[in-house]
Write a protein that binds this ligand. Structure first.
Ligand code: ZN
Ligand code: ZN
Ligand code: ZN
Ligand code: ZN
Length: 535
């Protein structure tokens, strides 16, 4: 009997173990299936050029195939610079090789493109002017951007050092591609790996991120310039790639710290910085900002200026990045816990931000503006028009006074100390020393007075009060100072009724709740001013 029982017992435990193992296996497979993998897709340049229409040139442009002058339009490859009329476009795709994202060789050689040299080009060999626009002559290397006479070309060595911007460029011989064999990504070119070039520690490749379909030409122009100077894989268009996919490049770079140039407003930057903070890499990338759109408080605080308009000087930007210094930017987390309603607690949520968080009248203006923009009546995206709407809503609020008596509808605790609030219509928690499109509220009117500064990397936020939307307007022209409420490391804000709130310009209506705001780490940024977080 005993041996039988033992056998039965062993059999049963065997089955149980098998079932458990099976479940673990299933769970593992399920997790593997659930894990989303992001790929860096690459435009396949062996299929042809990336054509853009030529519109803004005063120079005569020659077709790279038939060599005739292009009259009334024509196309230019924004990566290698080959030009063609519409009749020759397909011939150019077949005959003239484009700038390759990846090459299969150990050494890096020049890739010469004939004709259409930039104005006032100088020959790298004889140092005389080259590239006469009346003739289709002379050459430019689409990697190092050297220009050279046809007759001087034999005197130049084959090897290309990628020119003055080499520390920004991912050399094509360091990239390995693979083709996706199955599924949705079929026949897509993907980046498989990136290795570091031999020239060492100064190499910090630049990844340019912008929305090519954002309405303004600047982002499109910037991405085009980036493709021309850098490897095309380094220009990420958010209109067809998620920031997560873009940042996969940083993950592929493993040990190397890269630099990001984000073209856009505070919203785009906050979106990318969220993705940056989630990256699992040794060194988080350093972020530089090219301010587009309205607001741009982070750009102002980091010294990248209020707004770029018109043609983008990409070479100037690269020089500015080279001269910039690295700093750390605090990121904050607002943990929103809704109050119980009829015994039910609704699920909370958390929001990360790095510029400011506010409750009250300024959020009301932003919310009204946001709702207008979502309405079908909103047809224009021009900055001036946006400002007009903003102004209208600002004044509408002066009349309605919708946030009057806010101090009685909220409670604030800074670093565990309850704060006695004065009469306010808004409270603003500031991480950077710029708010409301350029106001520097914290130190306003305090010149010569000793007081702690509002720094973006000190783990402390400053809280100011605003008495009305008219008060904001007065601060904008320097006629009034904010009410300085306090500064600290952790904040507890209780909202009793419904109040408009916003985090980094993203507004919403918040019901009764408790909001805990605490530091949630830092991200590296590039700043044009000296490192202010260490002052
Ligand atoms: Zn032609
Ligand atoms: Zn091309
Ligand atoms: Zn070259
Ligand atoms: Zn020459």
């Amino acid at each position: 009997m005993w041996p039988l029982l033992l056998l039965w017992d062993m059999g049963l435990s065997g089955i149980i173990i098998e079932v458990i193992l099976g479940l673990i296996g299933l769970d593992f497979l399920f997790r593997l299936w659930r894990r989303k993998v992001y790929y860096v897709k690459v435009y396949d340049f062996s299929k042809g050029h990336s054509w853009c229409s030529i519109s803004d040139t005063e120079q005569a442009v020659h077709c790279s195939v038939c060599e005739h002058v292009l009259l009334g339009g024509g196309l230019r490859c924004d990566s290698c610079g080959v030009c063609a009329d519409e009749r020759c476009m397909h011939k150019a795709d077949k005959r003239l090789k484009c700038k390759q994202v990846s090459v299969d060789s150990i050494s890096m050689k020049h890739q010469w493109v004939k004709g259409n040299l930039p104005p006032e080009s100088i020959c790298h060999v004889c140092e005389e002017e080259c590239g006469n626009e009346r003739h289709f002559s002379d050459f430019r290397c689409c990697w190092c951007q050297w220009t050279v006479h046809e007759k001087c070309l034999p005197n130049l060595a084959d090897l290309c050092n990628l020119g003055v911007y080499r520390n920004f460029i991912i050399p094509p011989n360091c990239i390995t591609l693979r083709r996706s064999p199955r599924g949705r990504l079929r026949s897509q070119c993907l980046v498989a790996s990136i290795k570091e070039p031999q020239w060492g520690p100064q190499w910090k490749p630049l990844i340019v991120i912008g929305n090519g379909k954002s309405g303004s030409n600047e982002a499109c122009h910037l991405l085009s310039s980036a493709r021309k100077v850098l490897n095309a894989v380094q220009a990420i268009d958010l209109s067809d790639q998620e920031p997560k996919i873009a940042l996969q490049l940083c993950a592929l770079l493993k040990e190397t710290q890269c630099r990001l140039l984000i073209a856009g407003g505070d919203g785009t930057i906050a979106w990318v910085l969220n993705a940056v903070q989630n990256l699992d890499v040794k060194h988080l990338p350093e972020t530089a900002v090219l301010p587009l759109g309205t607001g741009n408080d982070l750009s102002r605080a980091l010294g990248w200026g209020p707004h770029i308009e018109g043609a983008v000087d990409f070479h100037g930007i690269l020089k500015k990045i080279e001269a910039s210094s690295s700093a750390l930017l605090d990121r904050w987390l607002a943990d929103i816990r809704p109050s119980r309603h009829l015994g039910i607690r609704f699920p909370g949520r958390s929001v990360r931000f790095n510029n400011y968080f506010s409750v009250g009248v300024d959020a009301r203006v932003a919310l009204n503006f946001h709702l207008t923009r979502q309405s079908p009546m909103y047809l224009f995206s021009h900055r001036l028009f946006n400002k007009l709407i903003y102004f209208t809503y600002g004044t509408k609020d002066v009349v309605e006074q919708s946030c009057e008596g806010l101090e009685n509808q909220i409670e604030l605790i800074i670093d565990k100390k309850p704060i006695e609030l004065p009469s306010v219509q808004a409270l603003v928690f500031l991480n950077v020393d710029s708010w409301g499109a350029g106001i520097k509220p914290w130190n306003m009117g305090q010149e010569g007075v000793f007081m702690p500064k509002c720094l973006y990397g000190d783990g402390i936020m400053e809280v100011i009060g605003v008495s009305s939307s008219f008060h904001i307007a007065q601060m904008q022209v320097g006629l009034s100072e904010p009410l300085r409420i306090g500064r600290g490391k952790s904040f507890r804000l209780r909202i009793f009724g419904k109040q408009p709130v916003q985090a980094d310009g993203e507004p919403w209506e918040q019901g009764p709740s408790e909001i805990i705001i605490e530091n949630c780490g830092q991200v590296p940024v590039l700043t044009v001013e000296p490192n202010r977080s260490s002052q």
